[in-house]
Structure formats: C-alpha cells, structure tokens
Design a protein. Structure first.
Lengths: 408, 234
C-alpha cells in the first residue's frame, strides 16, 4: 500500500507544471464551491436580517384571522397575560406592541392609502430600524401625541415636508365609523424598501388606539429572540403557549414563507452549481490522468509485464487520482479561504437590491461554515477517486504487448 | 533448477495481426523448444516476428492458434491474473530501452517484483544488496535511473529481472541502445550469471555479439524458423 502511495505521489510530480495546472483547475472549482456557499449563507443571513430587523421581527403574535382580514376589531386576546408572560421568557430579548390599520393620509396637495402603525417608540427601537432610517427630523423625540413619522417616497407623493400637517382617516373597530385626526410630520425615514417608504406611517400607540376605538388593545406583538435560530425551533412549546386564547404565534418563516421558498431554491441552485463544477472537475481529472497514462504507456506495459496484476495497475492510477485530489484540495482550500477572508473584510454591496420580495438593507458578507472545509473537500476527494476509476480500468485492461510496442 | 529439462515448448504457435484491413501473419505455426539453462538468441531481420514470438512465449500476447508451455505449465490456458502471477514468479524481462521506473530508486526498482511476491523487507534488502554486488553497482541503491548512464540502467534492469531468481530471462534487444563496449560487458555479465545461476536466457536480437556468446542461434524469417544452430557450450 505504502509503495503504491509513494509511487503515485512521485509520479504526480514528474510533470510538475501539468500537476499544478490540473490542481489549480480542480482547486479553483473547489474554491468556487466554497466561496459561493459562503456567499449563499451570507445572503441568507442578510435576507433574514433585512426581513426581520427592519420591521417584521423574528416572531409575531396576532389574534387569529387578523393577518388575513386586517380587521381593526381583531385585537390580541388576554394582552396583559401575554405581555407578562413574554417578559418572563428567557428566550425573548425584546418585544413591542403595535396597532395596524389601513387608512387614508391626506395632505393639501394629495392623498394616499397608508398602513397606520401605532407604536411604542421606546420598545420599537429594539424591533425595527425606523429610528436608524430617519433622514429628516427626529424619531419621536418630543412628547407630542400628534407627531407622525412617514417614508420619504410618501412625503414626496403628498408634497409635504418636515413640520407640515396631514390628516389621517381610519375606520373605528366596533362601529366602522370614520375617525379623523390631524398629525404633524416630525420625521421622514428612508428604508430603501419601496413598500415601507411609500406605504407606512408611524404614530404613537395611544393615539392610534384612540382613533380605532380599541382601548388599550393591540393588533400585533413583534418579538426578537436572544438567538435568532430559536425562530426555527417549531417544536418548542413557546409557539403553542402563545397560540392560546384564539391568538396565533408565528415565526418569520411562516409570516414570510416566500423567503423560505427562496432558501430552498438557493439550495437547489447550489446543487446544480456543484454538479456543473464537479462535471468540469471530472473532465479535468480524466484528461490529466489519461495524458499521464498515455505518456507512460510503455512504463505501464513494463509494470504489467513483470507481474503486476490488473488490480495493481488500477491501484497505481487510483492512488495518483487521490494524490492529485489532495494537491487540488490544498490549492482550493487556500484560494477559498483567501477569497472568503478578503470579502469578509470588504463585503459585497447589494444594498437596495430587491430579491424575492425582500430588499437587502445590509452589506453582504461571506460566512464560514464547517461544510465548506470538510464536506466539499471530502466530496472532491471521493469524486476524484471515483472519476479515476475510468482511466484506472482502461490502464488495467490495456494489451501489454500493444503498450510495449506503441511507445518503443 | 534441472538443467536439460524443456523449459519452453511451443506447438504450432501462430499469430496473425490485422493492419489496415490486411492480415499479417507474424508467427507461422512454430514448434520450438528451449532447454533449461540454455543461452539462446533468436535472430532475424526487422519484421521477422522475433518480438512477437517472445511476447507469445511470455504470455504478454495471446496467440491466434497453438500452445505454449513454460516449465510444464500451459500458459495459453491461463487467465490474466494467473498469467501475471506466473510472469512475476517465473520470468524476468529485460527490455531494449531499460524501462526502469524513473521515480523509483535503483533499490526500489530492483525490489519491485519481490514486493509483488510478498517477500519480507529484510530479505528484499539482502537480495538487492547481493545482486547489486553481482552487477558491480554497490553504492548506487539510492540513485534514481535518470542519473545513471545507459549501461548502468541496463545493469539495474538485469538485476530487476534476475533478483527473484526466475527460471527464464527474456531479453528483447538488450544491447540495442548501448555502445559496443558496454554491450559486450553486459553480455559477458549475463553469460556469467547464466553459468552461475543456471537461469535460461532467451534473446531477441540483431547484435552479432549476442550471437557470438549464445549456445544456440535460432533464425526467424517471415515468422518461421529458417535455421536453428546449436553451438558448443564450451
């Protein structure tokens, strides 16, 4: 065994240039897989971050049916108990309460449909990025109950500026009667997410509760966990606990199923990409091994003539394939690591690009994962050896006299 | 090894090749016998079928018809694996272009066949050292073939062929790539080893020096034995 390994290793470096070129070709394929995977994970994290950090939260609690109908009367049941229980949860880092109602926003120049969101500015800071996205004015710094914060594109549509007055009309929960209130623009935000910049307006929670006639009730509780992966633990009793009293507790994966579908598609894309890259690698290996085989045809003839069994010849070729893959894995890992660390430092700016209904708001950074340095190299090794069977079988089946004659 | 016993027997050995649609009769129904311990040269012009005949005798090629017995074993009935094992244990090969494995040292080249035979490391080492002494190449065991002269490489090839003490050594044009002086030295060395060990040597050659030293010279013309000349061993 050691003899074959030694023979394979030395044979590999007989033609250093060819080995390095073949190793580079396979290594670049492996590095591409590693880098693409790290980017995919980074993109996934960035998309989840963009979707959950900007406004959604990692989980939400609503009254059953509210998400579908948006009826103002469908407020969360047993709110005090739910809030008290959430405060005691170890897994919950922060949460905030909101009212959500469709309404009409009117300025002297124009009008538009809008989602009026009643928020508690203090706790909202931890769940959304409205405060960070303020472009003009401030985020509810003054204690004025008629302050309202709107998006930049909505401000443009309504032809209003900071300090201007607007009127919001909503339908009350119980009666359906219209309720109108005048607000003053205290802040204009820019999220770079069209839906948020043109379709949302944020006011203080007590004021919106008063307009909707729902007392101290709310429509939504947005939750941020200490560990964001908790949102994926669907077997946890947490979800059942907060889905009692005709309420429903959902993670972001259920609130935003499109994102999960996209991740599934990204997974398939990786498989297809992997298959293409491994296909290219396969031809590279076969080509290299056959070049080496035909170059040394007489040598293989001699090896067979002196009594090496066909299996021994197969071993020699397979060990060469294995050695080539080890060289390639080394090259690929170095290139892959260098690329990942470089882009981890400088990042990739996809901010503002909308993908699968989510606008990426954060810089994209590749994420290192154990599979990139274990699974992919291992797969490359196994695949190289597997592909090596073809030239190995050809070498073991060749006619000895032909091999001896051809290269003489 | 029992001298005088038939080590090679061929019966109506025939080999046809198909080249560009034409059938070439390379070997035509040869009946041939070599006795153990003989130093025999098969001579003949290019294309007379010398190498093909040697390949058939050693099982490197399969005959179109006829039979080959080596050491009383009919090799024409053996499968690939049995033939490999038979060649490993009973035949030593010496080729025109030395054909050592360039990435293996002199010692590793010589011990390769013993490695296939499963001989222990210690015995392999001792055998290599002894044969290096016999061929006058002590101290060269760690050298790689490209660093050796043609004559030295052919000496190592002879050592590789003989180290496992096979009954038969087949040498295809062993002096063709060597200058006359080196070729003569090597032939004398092989003759000495033939006498010392009793191994049978069968050469395919054009070289008059081989013919001079051979006990028997068999001339092949157009795939047939045209002349079979037995000379005195003295």
């Amino acid at each position: 065994m050691w003899f074959y390994i030694k023979l394979a290793w030395r044979n590999l470096f007989r033609n250093k240039r060819r080995t390095i070129i073949a190793g580079l070709a396979i290594g670049v394929g492996l590095a591409s897989m590693m880098f693409t995977d790290s980017i995919m994970i980074g993109m996934k994290d960035s998309m989840i971050g963009s979707a959950t950090d900007s406004f959604l939260g990692e989980a939400q609690i609503h009254r059953n049916g509210f998400r579908l109908t948006q009826e103002a009367g469908l407020t969360i049941n047993n709110l005090e108990d739910v809030v008290a229980s959430l405060k005691a949860e170890d897994v919950v880092e922060n949460f905030t309460t909101r009212t959500m109602s469709f309404g009409m926003i009117t300025s002297p120049a124009n009008f538009s449909a809008v989602m009026l969101v009643g928020i508690d500015p203090e706790s909202e800071r931890f769940l959304s990025q409205i405060d960070e996205a303020i472009q003009e004015g401030s985020y509810f710094e003054e204690e004025n109950e008629r302050d309202i914060v709107i998006g930049s594109e909505l401000a443009e549509l309504l032809e209003i500026e900071l300090g201007d007055r607007i009127v919001i009309t909503v339908a009350q929960a119980e009666t359906g009667d219209l309720s109108q209130e005048m607000f003053r623009i205290s802040g204009i935000y820019h999220f770079n997410i069209k839906e948020m910049d043109v379709g949302f307006a944020f006011a203080r929670l007590p004021k919106t509760q008063e307009m909707l006639g729902i007392g101290s009730s709310v429509h939504e509780i947005a939750i941020k966990f200490k560990d964001m992966t908790f949102a994926l633990e669907k077997d946890s009793p947490f979800w059942e606990r907060y889905s009692a009293f005709d309420n429903e507790a959902l993670s972001w994966t259920e609130i935003f199923p499109a994102l999960n579908l996209i991740f599934g598609m990204l997974g398939i894309t990786m498989v297809i990409l992997g298959a293409i890259l491994f296909g290219i690698v396969a031809f590279g290996i076969i080509n290299t091994l056959f070049m080496s085989l035909y170059e040394r045809l007489f040598e293989f003839g001699v090896i067979r003539a002196v009594g090496t069994r066909p299996g021994g010849v197969r071993k020699i070729v397979l060990f060469e394939a294995g050695s080539l893959s080890l060289v390639s894995i080394f090259i690929g890992t170095v290139i892959g690591l260098a690329l990942i660390f470089l882009f981890k430092k400088i990042g990739i700016d996809y901010r503002g690009i909308e993908f699968a209904g989510t606008t990426i708001t954060e810089m994209l950074y590749p994420v290192l994962n154990i599979r990139q340095f274990v699974i992919y190299p291992l797969a490359t090794f196994l695949f190289t050896v597997l592909v090596g069977f073809y030239p190995a079988i050809v070498a073991s089946k060749m006619s000895i006299s032909d091999a001896l004659r051809k290269s003489m | 090894m029992e001298n005088g016993k038939n080590i090679i027997v061929t019966e109506k050995l025939k080999k046809d090749y198909k080249t560009d649609g034409n059938i070439v009769h390379a070997v035509k129904n040869i009946d041939f016998t070599v006795k153990s311990g003989e130093f025999t040269a098969i001579v003949g012009p290019s294309g007379s079928g010398k190498t093909t005949f040697l390949n058939l005798i050693s099982g490197l090629d399969t005959p179109t018809a006829g039979k080959v017995w080596l050491n009383d074993k009919q090799i024409t009935e053996m499968n690939g694996k049995e033939l490999s094992d038979f060649r490993r244990d009973h035949i030593g090969f010496i080729f025109q272009a030395y054909n050592l494995i360039p990435v293996l040292t002199v010692k590793e080249n010589i011990e390769y066949i013993m490695l296939l035979q499963g001989i222990t490391k210690e015995d392999r080492y001792n055998n290599v050292m002894n044969i290096l002494k016999d061929i006058g190449m002590e101290g060269y065991e760690k050298r790689f073939p490209p660093k050796l002269s043609g004559g030295q490489q052919q000496r190592v090839a002879i050592a590789r062929a003989m180290v496992s003490k096979p009954e038969l050594i087949l040498a295809d044009e062993p002096t063709a790539n060597l200058d006359q002086k080196t070729g003569a030295e090597l032939l004398d060395m092989m003759r000495e080893l033939n006498k010392k060990t009793g191994m049978t040597f069968l050469f395919s050659t054009h070289d008059p020096m081989v013919m001079e030293r051979a006990d028997r010279v068999v001339t092949l013309v157009d795939g047939q034995i045209a002349k079979d000349e037995n000379k005195s061993r003295e």
